[in-house]
Design a protein around this ligand. Sequence first.
Ligand code: NAI
Ligand code: MG
Length: 502
Amino acid sequence: MSIAAAEILPDKRVTSFVKERRKLLIDGKWVDAASGKTFPVQNPATGEVIAHVAEGDRQDIDRAVKAARRAFESGAWPRLTPSERGRLVWKLGDLILENLEELAELESLDNGKPVTVARAADVPLAADLFHYMAGWATKIEGNTIQLSVPYAPGVKFHAYTLREPVGVVGQIIPWNFPFLMAAWKLGPALATGCTVVLKPAEETPLSALRLGELILEAGFPDGVVNIVTGFGETAGAALAAHPGIDKVAFTGSTEVGKLILQAAVNDLKKVSLELGGKSPNIVLRDANLDIAIPGAASAIFFNHGQCCCAGSRLFVQQSIFDKVVEGVADRAKQIKVGPGLDPDTEMGPMVSESQFNRVCGYIESGLSEGAKAVAGGRKRDGKGYFVEPTVLVDTTPDMKVIREEIFGPVVTAIPFKELDDDLVRAANDTVYGLASAVWTKDISKAHSLAGKLKAGTVWINCYNIFDAALPFGGYKQSGFFFFNVKESIEIYTQKKSVCAAL
Ligand code: NAI
Ligand code: MG
């Protein structure tokens, strides 16, 4: 990494956005936190403070929930037709595309991810999600039901179901895809007619705040979307526990997911959780290695391994193990690590010092327990939270690097003899169940394995393929409920049965 590269300046619109102290969006207005407090936001490529953001807490959450309740129950929002609501959601998608470059640079500056990735993936996917969800606003339907009530002989009934918006939703999102996660959460909530209090991650609050400006520009009524920046233990916890919230949607660590569930118990709030992963990525001996090797590398190194679905346990059939590991290790050594805003950068820094320390701690733990690094494995000195892309071999199933989510560019490569029950058991031997992949030319083997893997997604000869129309969710401790598509319309609506005697 060259010093000049670290000093690449963002677009003027980004510079002026970060220069101003950013406020909370409550009831259609930008306001300071009740406490007047702010917190600093860092550029993870340098560790320097780039912005100051209002530090929302319990009182601000309470104001935001009340605004969201008012907006849900009265005013312009519930009076809009589904078509009008859908058009607002569509317009938000358009505004994102119109501001694509600025949003990509802001995301890169705040999160550390390469601007080339934010420009090609994060921001267009977010726009696409709003465009996709806009169409659902007019397609929310119930059904009619034929009754045969045994104790009401001769009575005819007209029975049907309605789907109504679930209400005021608290949404808590992580820092790995800050803008895209905001879109994933807001899209279905807005399409169904809910109102929202969104709490972005404290590491990366900036792009959600810019999105707040676009929400106002699109013309959403006041209070429909409220954005409260602040810390998890304070603002996040207050949101999850607030009695005025009907549903909580959370993406983040499994540990905090459990706290969210506990906080929801008192009022039996609806909860949807998208949590961690330790996904098996399986390469069979008949795989096309020209695609499997770069695919396995990208499965773990995309977004610096800070992906809930990262292919962090790479299972490779014995006879091709050395070749695949060497190929992935070569790729790891070639990856250009640098500041996200450098157009040549392929991998940026970890999002924060604590994530950097966490990932380095896992690498040290693996090495001290006897694993060997065939690429990376060393701490990088100097400014910024950069971690070397790392490939570990000689692991055992009980090591922390095998059992726990690292959430960094660290893959463990594990040989296996045959495609048998032992392989399936090893692949499923994790508390998580988010994603998985199989690389093979034999479609029968691929589909047979797909049926046995306990994971919400199975990719075959590809990895990290996302689409607004493709469901995404988890088995086991990776969470519940699927996201995107029809399922998210279902989890943001409440079913109601209506039964009339004729
Ligand atoms: P986290 O789960 O603490 O943070 C995610 C969000 O939850 C943030 O908005 C945070 O402010 C909020 N939060 C934290 N504590 C809360 C609480 N008590 N009540 C309500 N909200 C709360 O994740 P963290 O600490 O940033 O990262 C730790 C590890 O979690 C990572 O190393 C990774 O393993 C995992 N993680 C998984 C993600 C995923 O996409 N599945 C995303 C982020 C982290
Ligand atoms: Mg945390």
